[in-house]
Ligand binder design. Structure first.
Ligand code: UD1
Ligand code: UDP
Length: 376
């Protein structure tokens, strides 16, 4: 029997961990592969929350996170650290996900060693290098080096082919976030207490329309965050509304939100939720208000109207399906869009339909088979 192919899976932030754990579970269950997990820990607590729920213990942990880290400082540390892990592990292939600094540096470190690097969630494009910033460029850089491109949708595959990537290297797999959502829903089904800590808030806000909020995008720091806070304050003037806002640990987000929104009766500023509790929030929210990438994929899958606080999106599928709407970060616009959804039943019903443009929950298995074909 030939020895298993050694796959080094590299990631560092909360959303990468959520989208990688289904693939790690599948690789670890398959004897054709030896799966080695390296986390940069670009995020610390928010990464560890996911690792614990998914039952993954990393083989290598660079523990790079610094409070208020800069893009260049972070990238430099990642590049040398991940390179050293690759020299120690000598993988046959490296797999990265998405568009973070860790994914970009991981791909580059692999390329410098001429190790083939495969890209999960390939081909997302907003066609604006400052929205989202710096992710649009990170994923383009990865695309120039990747061996296999696992595109979540036909739109993403088409974007890669448009950039002259060999179509034979591009595969539509669906997005592993849907695999993750199915998995976590199954776990909650078996053990409801996994998502039980929201019960007190649910009771406190019973009878009100719930708006779930997340926000963390770098391009929204400063004025964007101020506008978002202002919009939430104004919406919270309505007695029929309650806001549940798990606040990202980035100090650029926390500072503004704590300052502007503390002490409001119907606004719960809470710590980042672990994945089962966030899945619960997605289920109890009437509306999601977010600038997150992953939430734009999860909300349509669950039929939750999602207002996206961005000018443009690299995930047009949710907007095309009608479940997502781009509303930017102008406070007046956000308040007006939320009010429409709250007051106009038809407008709400038109958005609240479940669509699964991002996959059927079987993406990790497809990726594993494509990797198996590649190793022969
Ligand atoms: C990063 C990614 C972004 C992704 C987002 C998901 C880059 C450049 N940015 O942005 O693409 O959408 O993660 O959330 O790769 N912090 C903690 N604990 C944590 C996590 C963060 O304290 O567990 C704080 C630290 O002060 C840290 C700061 O947040 O320095 C920023 O973290 P960083 O990963 O640089 O940026 P994000 O804005 O989280
Ligand atoms: N999420 C979570 N807890 C939270 C907020 C979000 O588990 O308190 C999950 C969410 O379900 C989604 C992912 O984190 O899968 C999105 O992460 P984030 O918004 O930080 O990053 P992005 O997707 O924008 O890169």
């Amino acid at each position: 029997m030939t020895s298993p192919a050694r796959i080094l899976v590299v990631f560092g932030t909360r959303p990468e961990a959520i989208k990688m754990f289904p693939l790690i579970h599948a690789l670890k269950a398959d004897e054709r592969f030896e799966c080695v997990v390296c986390v940069s820990a670009q995020h610390r607590q928010m990464l560890d929350q996911v690792m614990e729920i998914a039952g993954i213990v990393p083989d290598h942990d660079l523990d790079v996170m610094q409070p208020g880290q800069t893009l260049d400082g972070l990238t430099a540390t990642l590049l040398t650290g991940l390179g050293q892990v690759m020299d120690t592990v000598s993988p046959d292939r490296v797999v990265v996900q998405g568009d973070t600094a860790t994914a970009m540096a991981g791909a580059l470190a692999a390329y410098y060693r001429k190790i083939p690097v495969d890209h999960v969630e390939a081909g997302l494009r907003s066609h604006n290098i400052y929205h989202p910033w710096p992710e649009e460029v990170n994923r383009k850089i990865i695309g120039t080096m990747a061996s296999l491109h696992f595109a979540p949708t036909a739109t993403a595959a088409a974007a890669l082919i448009n950039e002259n990537i060999d179509p034979a290297r591009v595969h539509v797999t669906g997005n592993t976030v849907i695999d993750a959502l199915h998995w976590v829903s199954g776990e909650i089904g078996k053990r409801p207490e996994l998502a039980g800590d929201l019960a007190a808030l649910e009771q406190r806000f019973a009878g009100r329309r719930i708006i779930g909020v997340t926000s963390h995008r770098r391009e929204n720091f400063g004025e964007g965050m101020e506008q978002i806070a202002q919009a939430i304050r104004r919406i919270a003037e309505r007695p029929d509304v309650a806001v549940i806002f798990p606040v990202h640990l980035n100090p650029n987000v926390r500072h503004v939100m704590n300052e502007r929104l503390a002490g409001l009766d119907n606004v719960a500023l809470i710590e980042p939720l672990d994945y089962p509790h966030f899945a619960r929030l997605l289920n109890i929210a009437d509306i999601m208000l977010t600038d997150s990438g992953g939430v734009q994929e999860e909300a349509p899958a669950l039929g939750r109207p999602v207002l996206v606080m961005r000018e443009t999106t690299e995930r047009p599928e949710g907007v095309e399906a009608g479940t997502a709407k781009l509303v930017g970060t102008d406070a007046a616009r956000i308040v007006s869009e939320i009010s429409t959804l709250l007051d106009d039943k038809d407008a709400y019903e038109a958005m609240a339909r479940a669509h699964n443009p991002f996959g059927d929950g079987d993406s990790a298995r497809r990726i594993v088979e494509l990797l198996a074909n590649e190793i022969g």
